[in-house]
Design a protein around this ligand. Structure first.
Ligand SMILES: *[C@@H]1O[C@H](CO)[C@@H](O)[C@H](O)[C@H]1NC(C)=O
Ligand SMILES: *[C@@H]1O[C@H](CO)[C@@H](O)[C@H](O)[C@H]1NC(C)=O
Ligand SMILES: *[C@@H]1O[C@H](CO)[C@@H](O)[C@H](O)[C@H]1NC(C)=O
Ligand SMILES: *[C@@H]1O[C@H](CO)[C@@H](O)[C@H](O)[C@H]1NC(C)=O
Ligand SMILES: [Zn+2]
Length: 441
């Protein structure tokens, strides 16, 4: 992790508005990403004083401006996740829960292996210094914390909350250009039932998926995986195992590190049989996190389910000898739980390489539904390109007509990294509605 501390920071938290980032806006270069607050997308900006002056004369609606009182080391966004009402009944009042969390943060003995030898952690966080609350509402907060606490904050956040590490430098805002959506529009317009594709879909093996998830969660003791937290040994085991399994199906895979201490992204590729730059990317995140201070992180649903779905696709590619007229990448990301870190690094890499990514779909949590509910497909309400989301909905209607398709407020998995780099992207989720998944396992 980058150790350089920022100077005292002037931070803006303002409702997301793409016009703020129109050509040559100084705010575009002060952009630290979009984050959620109870269904509203907010942008975090760190403009220099001149830039701020040029904007305060115009309306920056309901903007919160805060100044860090200490040196900013690592900014962390915290948000309550979009969960079903039935789960909300179980949460204590926000103030109690959040204050308890801040107390833990202040006093936490930051050796995460303490009391639980099962999870080995790379490196030994030492610094116990405090934190700064820069912004706080009942649904979200922005903190500045030490790098050491930032490494483990995801294991301490209140139930149903999620933490995201902000990047250490601005990431210029890049809207999805209409021209990049042409391929998806074309495929959508010409979509019709194809019996060959239906037979490929039918070839997915559920028993094999069960077997695969048992390995990833450690239910199969032979795997030795107790946690797939990005800093854990289990995550490295999972990465090596995934690479080997994908390679067995004919893919070329690379373990791509993106940050010191984190497990790598697993990037696998099937080249196109015709000459084209077009690349389709399907992904999931194989990292997990222990809920509410637990050091076990089996992550069967979140996101073992998406990860083994990718693997089941790879296995069908082998069994059916599928060949492509586009390059296809299957990618298992790490660092999602700390704030989309693995996917941000990879999306930036593809942007820098001017990759012709024509479609990107992230699968995060595909395995849970409330007893009695039908099988569902949840598509993102906020983050993603509508035409890509429509394409997935229409493909689903043709090949999996039993799925009830609808929108979900469950938000912000690795597709956001690609969306923010201007690539056509969407997400698939287990529920057409808010998350009802009990624990995040
Ligand atoms: C912890 O971090 C603070 C803030 O950067 C620094 O002043 C302090 O010296 C550090 N303490 C230790 C024990 O490293
Ligand atoms: C997608 O499906 C919807 C619902 O069946 C349909 O109305 C629409 O025409 C389809 N879109 C395209 C481009 O075929
Ligand atoms: C998948 O297809 C292969 C080749 O056609 C066949 O041998 C295999 O039994 C099928 N598996 C499933 C789960 O349908
Ligand atoms: C990207 O690939 C699509 C699909 O093959 C193609 O139509 C388009 O021209 C390509 N774009 C670039 C910039 O090469
Ligand atoms: Zn997830």
């Amino acid at each position: 992790m980058v150790k350089a501390a920022w100077p005292l920071a002037l931070l803006l938290v303002t409702p997301f508005d793409p016009t703020l980032f129109s050509d040559n806006s100084c705010l575009s270069k002060a952009f630290y990403g979009n984050y959620q607050q109870g269904g509203t997308t907010l942008s975090v900006l760190q403009p220099d004083p001149d830039c701020l002056d040029s904007w305060t004369s115009r309306t920056l609606q309901s903007t919160s401006i805060s100044e860090a009182t200490k040196e900013v080391q690592q900014l962390v966004w915290l948000e309550e996740q979009a969960i079903d009402e039935s789960l909300k009944a179980q949460t204590r009042s926000f103030r109690n829960e959040f204050d308890a969390f801040l107390d833990t943060l202040a006093t936490h003995e930051s050796s995460p292996s303490h009391g639980a030898p099962a999870q080995e952690v790379i490196g030994e966080p030492q610094n116990h210094s405090g934190y700064d609350v820069l912004y706080r509402t009942s649904k979200a907060a922005l903190l500045s914390v030490s790098h050491e606490k930032a490494r483990i904050i995801d294991t301490l956040v209140p139930r149903f909350w999620k933490s995201t590490l902000l990047p250490n430098e601005p990431v210029p805002f890049r809207p999805v250009a209409p021209s990049t959506l042409g391929h998806a529009e074309n495929v959508l317009a010409n979509l019709k039932f194809d019996p060959v594709i239906a037979s490929i879909v039918d070839n997915i093996s559920i028993p094999q998926m069960r077997n695969d998830i048992r390995f990833l969660t450690g239910e199969d003791e032979k795997s030795g995986i107790v946690s797939r937290h990005s800093f854990s040994k289990g995550a490295s085991t999972a990465a090596a195992w995934l690479k080997a399994r994908f390679e067995e199906t004919g893919a070329s895979c690379n373990l791509k590190p993106f940050l010191v201490g984190f497990a790598p992204n697993v990037v696998c590729r099937y080249p196109s049989t015709v000459h084209t730059t077009s690349t389709v990317l399907l992904s999931a995140h194989y990292d997990s996190r222990g809920s509410f201070g637990s050091l076990r992180a089996p992550g069967a649903d979140d996101d073992g389910s998406g990860t083994i779905s990718l693997l089941s696709i790879a296995r069908v590619i082998l069994r059916k000898g599928v060949k492509f007229h586009s390059n296809v990448e299957l990618v298992a990301f790490a660092g999602e739980e700390q704030g989309l870190l693995g996917s941000r690094a990879y999306a930036r890499e593809l942007r820098a390489a001017n990759a012709n990514l024509t479609l990107m779909v992230q699968a995060d949590m595909l395995a849970f539904r409330e007893p009695g509910e039908p099988h569902q497909l949840g598509l993102p309400e906020t983050i993603g390109s509508p035409v890509v989301t429509q394409l997935v909905a229409n493909v689903s209607a043709i090949y999996s007509p039993e799925l009830r398709v609808g929108f979900t407020p469950a938000c912000c998995s690795d597709h956001q990294s690609f969306h923010e780099q201007g690539f056509p992207a969407t997400q698939v989720f287990e529920r057409a509605g808010p998350s009802a998944s009990f624990s995040r396992d």
